[in-house]
Design a protein around this ligand. Structure first.
Ligand code: 13P
Ligand code: SF4
Length: 314
């Protein structure tokens, strides 16, 4: 049955001239049928470069929106309209507009995990793959609001010595992890290297051996001589880590003895059946009005421009 679905997806993809973009937090089967798997930065770049008619984005809603903003003339689909993001949802337009008005001399840097509406209120978008470098590239006295992730913002403040104003948003998956339990796991596995996503709280980031985006973690592990890793992020990343490094051991960092995994309930809404349905019926389509697209595109283009200048992307 699974093989059948896989074959149908492959055939439909060709027939409809579609590209499937998949995030590292998707289930292994979806990562395997994706034309490209990456972190938010790589995926945004791929979405910008594709000449396919349809982009099927296997990730969450804000990722589909980003692809649509970059490709207003293409059909952008996501397998399940309910695949949202707690971080993006923690930052609502009216509330953020009010927050922004309290700091009229600040520019706004927003993490890509936000809605298209929040992007329209932003000056520069960043991802976990370029946030630190983007902030570092700005003049030291530049006043900055960083939204919506207080953890990524706090990590950047610590690393750069800046004092960015942080919006109080967070990811429900990473937010559950605690430094106390992570330290306990470190003690249980003294030979393991701790790698963490910057959406974890700063107490975890500060005890990690490496902090970076999903792509960053994957690269770090591949280049490391160590054989054992404690992984503080969403479980989906294990698929790529294990397939790249069959000789290495990975232990997902959890928040108590009974919790077996850190699945993002939004990312995991996508299934192979839904991917097939998406291609078959060309649903569920991301729709945005032209005004939103035009104004949300500017801070994304700014991010791409700075990332190219800094050599983060080609
Ligand atoms: P990256 O893959 O860009 O590190 O982002 C992680 C994430 O939370 C996506 O929702
Ligand atoms: Fe959002 Fe967190 Fe899920 Fe990523 S892992 S989609 S940030 S809720």
């Amino acid at each position: 049955m699974d093989k059948d679905i896989k074959q149908q997806i492959i055939e439909l993809k060709q027939e409809k001239e579609a590209i499937i973009l998949g995030h590292y937090y998707q289930i292994p089967e979806i990562q395997d049928i994706s034309d490209f798997v990456g972190d938010s930065l790589n995926l945004a770049q791929k979405a910008m470069e594709t000449n396919k008619k349809i982009i099927l984005f296997c990730g969450v809603h804000f990722m589909g929106e980003t692809a649509k903003i970059l490709n207003p003339d293409k059909k952008v689909l996501i397998p399940d309209m309910n695949a949202g993001c707690s971080l993006a949802d923690s930052c609502k337009y009216d509330e953020f507009k009010k927050f922004k008005s309290l700091y009229p001399d600040h520019i706004v840097i927003s993490y890509i995990n936000c809605s298209a509406e929040i992007k329209t209120l932003s000056d520069i978008i960043c991802t976990s793959g370029n946030a630190l470098q983007i902030v570092n590239s700005l003049p030291k006295d530049q006043k900055i609001i960083f939204a919506p992730d207080k953890n990524l913002g706090g990590y950047i403040n610590r690393m750069t010595g800046r004092n960015m104003v942080l919006y109080n948003g967070s990811c429900e998956v990473h937010e559950l992890l605690t430094a106390e339990y992570t330290l306990k796991m470190k003690k249980q596995h003294p030979d393991a290297v701790l790698i963490a996503h910057p959406e974890c709280n700063d107490a975890i980031s500060s005890i990690a051996d490496y902090v970076g985006s999903t792509q960053g973690m994957i690269k770090y592990v591949k280049e490391s001589n160590n054989k054992k890793f404690l992984v503080a992020t969403e479980t989906g990343i294990l698929h790529k880590l294990k397939s790249d490094n069959p000789d290495k051991e990975f232990i997902i960092v959890t928040n108590d003895d009974s919790c077996a995994c850190n699945d993002c309930r939004h990312m995991k809404l996508n299934t192979m059946e839904k991917v097939l349905n998406s291609l078959k019926n060309e649903e569920y389509e991301i729709k945005l009005d032209n005004e939103t697209i035009l104004s949300a595109k500017k801070p994304i283009e700014k991010m791409m421009e700075i990332s190219k200048k800094l050599g983060i992307i080609k």
